[in-house]
Every structure is written in C-alpha cells, then in structure tokens.
Write a protein that binds this ligand. Sequence first.
Ligand SMILES: NC(=O)c1ccc[n+]([C@@H]2O[C@H](COP(=O)([O-])OP(=O)(O)OC[C@H]3O[C@@H](n4cnc5c(N)ncnc54)[C@H](OP(=O)(O)O)[C@@H]3O)[C@@H](O)[C@H]2O)c1
Length: 216
Amino acid sequence: MRLAFVGGTGPEGLGLAMRFAAAGHAVAIGSRSPERGAEAAEKVRQRVPGAQADGGQNADIVADADVVFLTFPYEGQEPTLRAIADRLAGKIVCDVVAPLQFVKGKGAVAVDVPGHSAAEEAAALLPGARVVSAFQNLAAEKLMELEHPLEADVIVCGDDAEAKQVVIGLANAIPGVRGIDGGALFNSRYVEMLTALLINLNRRHKTQTTIRIVGI
Ligand SMILES: NC(=O)c1ccc[n+]([C@@H]2O[C@H](COP(=O)([O-])OP(=O)(O)OC[C@H]3O[C@@H](n4cnc5c(N)ncnc54)[C@H](OP(=O)(O)O)[C@@H]3O)[C@@H](O)[C@H]2O)c1
C-alpha cells in the first residue's frame, strides 16, 4: 500500500512511516514545506534500507495514497484539513492526533475539544473521507527504536467497518503490535485522552509505556 503522512516530519509521523516502510509499504512524508518533506523521506530511506519513501508538500503527497495518516498537532488540524479536504474525498484517513496541553504542576492534560475528539472533528471536516483513528497511544520514541519489536495494542475506532479493517491490518503488520477494533469513532475520545495518562506515567516511572488490553 501507499501510505501518506500529513505533518509527517515530526517524530510520530516519521516513526510510523519507518515502521510501515520496514513492513514493506511505500510511504510519503508530507510537510508544509516541500524541502522538509523531502528531507524527512531521506531520513526514512537512511533508517530503513530499501524503503520506498518520498516527501513533499502535504497537499501533493496525499494524491495517490491508499491511506492518509494525520500526524500534526491538534492546533493544526482544522486549517490543514480545510486546505486539503477535496483531495481526501473517498480516502481512508487515519487520525493519530491526541489533543493535549502541558500544564505546570500537572504534566500532560487532555484537552476538551468542541467536537469531543480530534477524530470526530476530522470526520466533520472531511464528510467525503473514511475517517478512523488509531496509534494515539504509541509513543514516537518507541516507534523510532526500529531495532526493538514493539509490545503494544493499537485501538482502532471508526464508523466505516472496511476502513477500520484496513487500519487494523496495517497495525498488525508492525511486529509486536496488535490492532484491536475499538468500535465507533465516538470511542476515539477515550483513546485520545489515555495518551495524557501514558505521558504522565512515562514521566513518573521514567520509561515509555504502551497499552495492552487483556481479555480480547
Ligand atoms: N510524539 C508522540 O510520541 C506522539 C504519540 C502519540 C500521538 N501523537 C500525536 O501525533 C501527532 C504528531 O505528534 P508529533 O510529536 O510528531 O508532533 P510535532 O512534532 O509537534 O508535529 C509534527 C509535524 O506537524 C507539522 N506541524 C506543526 N504545527 C503545525 C500546524 N500548526 N499546522 C500544520 N502542521 C503543523 C510540522 O511539520 P512541518 O513544519 O514540516 O509542516 C511538524 O513537524 C500529534 O497530534 C500528537 O498528539 C504523538
């Protein structure tokens, strides 16, 4: 598959792109600047020998993608999606955004967003796209450690059953990761909030936590 990462120059997009490239997928790294997109693609090719990776401006790299990942900060979501909404019509769009703030004395705090979750807001902004959400609980630092298999469950939420299965399949393609059907896109609000807890656990226990769901 060809996977595109809008805002893919940051650690989360790059980490996911590297893992998917290592699993044999072609990846395209998007940026607001074509140069930064191309530089980030070069990083993927360096870390993953034989990777099919290119980069460019966000609006351009989504054109021929099978799945488009949203890997920019929450603040950028509305303007970025408004600018490329027409290009995402009909596509599977996987929102990785977790709306967070860092508050002195508290650490990471999940932000109450008007549409209840970044993913539900993305779906409202992209009525023609097949929006799912996933990977919000998988830390970039862990993704970047390509020499170590991951140990994580990825909860995939969405209202389009087929799109959700495609993203579950992508999660399963990363060694050590299990994609779990998380039900409707509605549930994304809980998955997104969990990211704040994981960051605070990481700080307290000086580690990088992931999640495992038992009983499934
Ligand atoms: N980092 C993690 O461990 C982690 C874990 C789970 C989920 N997430 C989620 O994944 C997303 C990306 O995380 P990250 O740490 O990679 O973020 P980041 O480094 O802050 O941002 C990623 C990229 O987004 C672009 N960007 C920044 N501000 C933007 C704006 N206002 N509008 C449009 N594009 C903008 C930048 O690319 P250009 O300047 O090249 O355009 C930047 O390199 C976040 O929503 C985060 O909640 C992160």
